[in-house]
Ligand binder design. Structure first.
Ligand SMILES: *Cc1c(COP(=O)(O)O)cnc(C)c1O
Length: 439
């Protein structure tokens, strides 16, 4: 057994075959914090951030997509790097403000923004709102007029051409996100002519988990084309052009990493080919989530029971899909494939068994690994799931079966910090109102 190949660049083990997080063994950390828990290595985050920063031409800015991992430690990290934050709810707005993000560095996207959410961000100030529908533009206008405060509005556009080959593509077909390219012209003019709104730019975000740089570059080219069209329509230079997120990370043995060198070269070519004045001072922006944080996180569980049923051996863990829905294959995956996983205290042992790895929930959905090759496992061993920094804890049904929610630990050099406590089981009781009692 060794560290799964897709995660191998970032993690190491000691001579006894135990995973090391910086200089600390995983069993030391598991004893300190209890299992199950999430652990994040700042050094991995730093490698990913710097790799992306160097692959983007200087005029590109980065806004971190908060929903990938909203823990304040991540938000602080990206703020310190000079990034902005991309949010999609009032809750994420509060998180951003609480870590000291200035309102002008926040962009607010996402369908179905409520009146209350729009009022909140307009009253407190916001960098840009990315409008996702005609009605939303009306709402932003009315609220801005009442607040006597013009709001910068970019239009999120659902492009009419579909790139090929990416997972979960959202462009070229019907979508609840943004407005169709065919319908955008009157809406751009509507925003531009409103004294309470400032037409600020164009936003495209059409797919997530894209590992093919050509596909990303096609979308960036498409964004430039739409941006050029919008600027000519208004007519005025474009303030921002948001190319979206969607940069992928490898999860499965046949995934190859996004080729940042090719992306870099392609982007340089794209930027150098720009001749139009309308882009002269445009802030080119990307808003990745997964790429920046996905590989920095590990979900650590302990084996509570081992049993065999009709010839199949099961390792039963103390956490499962309730903490990590994506790893169970139930977060929108069409084909369920195993996330990279390992017995973290047996990384030098030979793989001798084929097992199913399951969580503690009473549902067959709670399967994290199917037919996994593992060394002989024992109760008490630590099973880790790699690539668990993005859309893991935050995208999971934490209340399902009322287990305690898992804590989060941040490792920075030789120091480890608890950055979110384990959920308290008594919290479940406080949510419950006695039947028959007056509210
Ligand atoms: C989720 C989201 C992102 C981040 O997507 P990744 O695939 O994690 O990079 C960016 N922009 C918007 C509008 C989103 O909803």
């Amino acid at each position: 057994m060794s560290i799964p190949k897709v995660a191998g660049a970032y993690w190491t083990n000691n001579a006894e075959g135990e995973l090391l997080i910086e200089e600390m063994t995983i069993s030391l950390l598991a004893a300190r914090y209890g299992t199950p828990f999430f652990i994040y290595d700042r050094d991995v985050l730093e490698q990913k951030y710097l790799a992306l920063r160097h692959a983007l031409p200087g005029r590109f800015s980065i806004s971190y997509s908060v929903k990938a991992n909203p823990n304040p430690a991540f938000l602080r990290y990206f703020l310190e790097k000079g990034c902005g934050l991309e949010i999609a709810s009032a809750g994420e707005f509060h998180l951003a403000r609480n870590v000291g993000c200035p309102p002008e560095k926040i962009i607010f996207a996402g369908p179905g923004k409520t009146e209350a959410e729009l009022k909140l961000v307009i009253a407190q100030g916001i960098g840009e709102i990315h409008a996702e529908s005609a009605l939303e533009i009306e709402r932003i206008s009315a609220i801005s007029r009442k607040a006597n405060r013009p709001t910068r509005v970019a239009l999120r556009v659902n492009p009419n051409e579909e790139g090929q080959g990416g997972a979960m593509l959202m462009g070229g077909k019907s979508a609840p996100f943004g407005v169709d390219e065919e319908q955008m012209d009157p809406l751009i003019l509507r925003i531009a002519r409103d004294p309470h709104l400032e037409f600020w730019g164009i936003h495209l975000f059409t797919g997530t988990q894209i590992l093919d740089h050509n596909l990303l570059l096609d979308q960036y080219r498409k964004a430039l084309e739409i941006g050029r069209h919008a600027a000519a329509l208004v007519p005025a230079p474009l303030q921002t052009l948001d190319f979206g997120g969607g940069l992928g990370i490898p999860y499965f043995p046949d995934d190859s990493e996004l080729d940042l060198r090719q992306l870099d070269a392609g982007l340089k070519g794209l930027v150098d080919s720009i001749r139009e004045d309308c882009f002269e001072n445009t802030n080119f922006m990307v808003e990745p989530g997964r790429f920046l944080v996905g590989e920095a996180g590990l979900y650590v569980t302990r084996i509570t029971d081992i049993k065999t049923s009709r010839g199949k051996k099961y390792l039963i863990l103390d956490g499962g899909m309730n903490h990590h829905l994506a790893a169970s294959g139930n977060l929108g995956q069409v084909i369920k494939r195993n996330f990279p996983m390992a017995i973290l205290n047996k990384l030098d042992a030979r793989e001798t068994e084929t097992v199913d790895v399951v969580g503690p929930l009473c549902t067959p959905l709670d399967t994290l690994g199917r037919s996994v090759r593992f060394p002989a496992a024992e109760v008490g061993d630590l099973v880790g799931i790699f690539q668990s920094g993005a859309y893991a804890r935050t995208a999971s049904p934490l209340g399902f079966l009322s287990h305690a929610s898992p804590p989060e630990v941040w490792v920075e050099g030789s120091c480890d910090f608890l950055i979110r406590r384990r959920g308290n089981l008594e919290d479940y009781m406080q949510d419950i109102h006695p039947v028959g009692a007056a509210l």
